[in-house]
Ligand binder design. Structure first.
Ligand code: MLT
Length: 407
């Protein structure tokens, strides 16, 4: 008899964004004439930057010529991309990361979800609340969660991120083995300073824990004081891994490309407490289960690091930040408190009511889709998230409708 992985029974309902999509589809079926403006899932709307598109085409053309054809590439990514990443994203900011510490993949969701495979099944996991659901669900699937009691899994440490700590969680009293952090944060849009990240690095060193740092939204940081990478904190390369994505940076949500940085200095431990190489382990996992991102995709990603690429992708992220500013202004003018939106494409709003009730009201009364904060964890109850990934026209229209409804 084939038996299932019982841990799957502990997962809560469906994946948040599938749940929202179902409700929106049902609304559209009942109201085919009503316009719906989607500000829920953070999916880009602008086309690829011209320079990426040209490199993408050239990559495809290379495959059409015997002299430049490529079969399987290196699982870790082509050196032209790994070197560009190491130089532009890390070395230029004083972070000592080398090309061979960069593992190119088909996106940060897969990497953040897969990375936990490297840890023991009894590892103690700390997750922010609210949280990007992938960190939670993949650890539930792996059997690290314990039971779901009163809205929380019994074996996780929850790092509350609330108005009172400016959505940057305090250090836990307990010892966590693995700590997920995400800045600029999904879903709150909050950012963390170097001093705040240093506290986490010190905690990880003291407790021999590992930080899994999700920096998928770093390209929205405009405040020059804020770190874009955890590796800007001295010593972080001994205790942290970083996930990055071209999805929001360069509009690759449909193209698929991301990368994970695993420093060689980063140590984990075997059951006897002997140090092991996390870099070697991830390399082993990656080469066993992944055959490399496609060559044309990596050509397109590398084009982001040319001077034209940098200018073109900044123009697009500036555009989304312009939308975020509009959302934030409308919300504040209505007398609601919110965070995010300055160095982030997400605006996190305190609705002063139940998250799903607010979601339903917005959907049914003005055709606006947001994301209910309670779907990201119990600290998200009462909040909703607005995504700035939309056209300026739609954002303006949505905020006019919202202002009319809530005034
Ligand atoms: C989100 O809306 O939170 C993200 O788009 C989801 C993702 O990147 O997987």
């Amino acid at each position: 008899m084939i038996k299932i992985n019982e841990n799957y029974k502990k997962l809560q309902a469906s994946y948040l964004f599938s749940d929202i999509a179902k409700r929106v589809a049902a609304f559209q079926k009942e109201n085919p004439d009503k316009e719906v403006i989607k500000m829920g899932i953070g999916d880009v709307t602008l086309p690829l930057a011209d320079v990426c598109l040209k490199a993408f085409h050239k990559g495809v053309d290379d495959l059409a010529d015997k002299a430049t054809f490529k079969g399987y590439g290196p699982e870790q990514g082509y050196d032209f991309l790994r070197s560009a990443i190491a130089e532009h994203d890390f070395q230029s900011r004083g972070a000592d990361i080398s090309a061979d510490e960069v593992f190119v993949s088909d996106g940060a969701k897969c990497d953040t979800g897969n990375f936990q495979e490297l840890f023991s099944s009894d590892a103690v996991i700390a997750v922010p609340d609210p949280v990007y659901p992938v960190y939670v669900d993949t650890n539930v699937m792996a059997g690290r969660s314990g039971d779901f009691v009163n809205g929380r899994y019994s074996r996780f440490i929850y790092l509350d991120s609330t108005e009172s700590n400016n959505y940057v969680p305090d250090l836990p009293k307990e010892k966590a083995d693995v700590i997920y952090l995400c800045f600029p944060n999904n879903p709150t849009g909050a950012t963390a300073t170097k001093e705040q990240l240093k506290k986490w690095v010190d905690y990880a060193k003291e407790n021999r824990s590992l930080i899994l740092f999700d920096a998928a939204y770093e390209c929205f940081i405009r405040n020059p004081e804020l770190p874009k990478s955890i590796f800007e904190i001295p010593g972080a390369d001994e205790v942290a891994v970083e996930f990055r994505s071209f999805s929001k940076t360069a509009g690759f949500t449909g193209v698929r490309c991301g990368f994970t940085v695993v420093p060689k200095k980063c140590k984990v431990y075997d059951a006897d407490g002997n140090p092991a190489s996390l870099h070697a382990m991830w390399n082993r996992r990656h080469t066993t289960k992944f055959n490399g991102a496609s060559y044309p995709v990596q050509c397109a990603a590398a084009a982001c690091y040319t001077p034209e690429g940098q200018a073109q992708i900044k123009e697009k992220t500036d555009y989304y930040l312009g939308n975020a500013a509009l959302i934030k202004k409308a919300i504040v003018d209505l007398g609601y408190s919110c965070t995010g939106g300055d160095n982030s494409p997400y605006v996190w709003v305190n609705t002063k009511t139940d998250s799903w009730a607010f979601f339903d009201r917005l959907l049914h009364e003005c055709g606006i889709v947001c994301t209910p904060g309670s779907g990201f964890g119990s600290c998200g109850q009462g909040y909703v998230r607005f995504s700035a990934f939309n056209s300026r026209e739609n954002t303006q229209k949505a905020m006019e409708k919202l202002s009319k409804l809530l005034k």
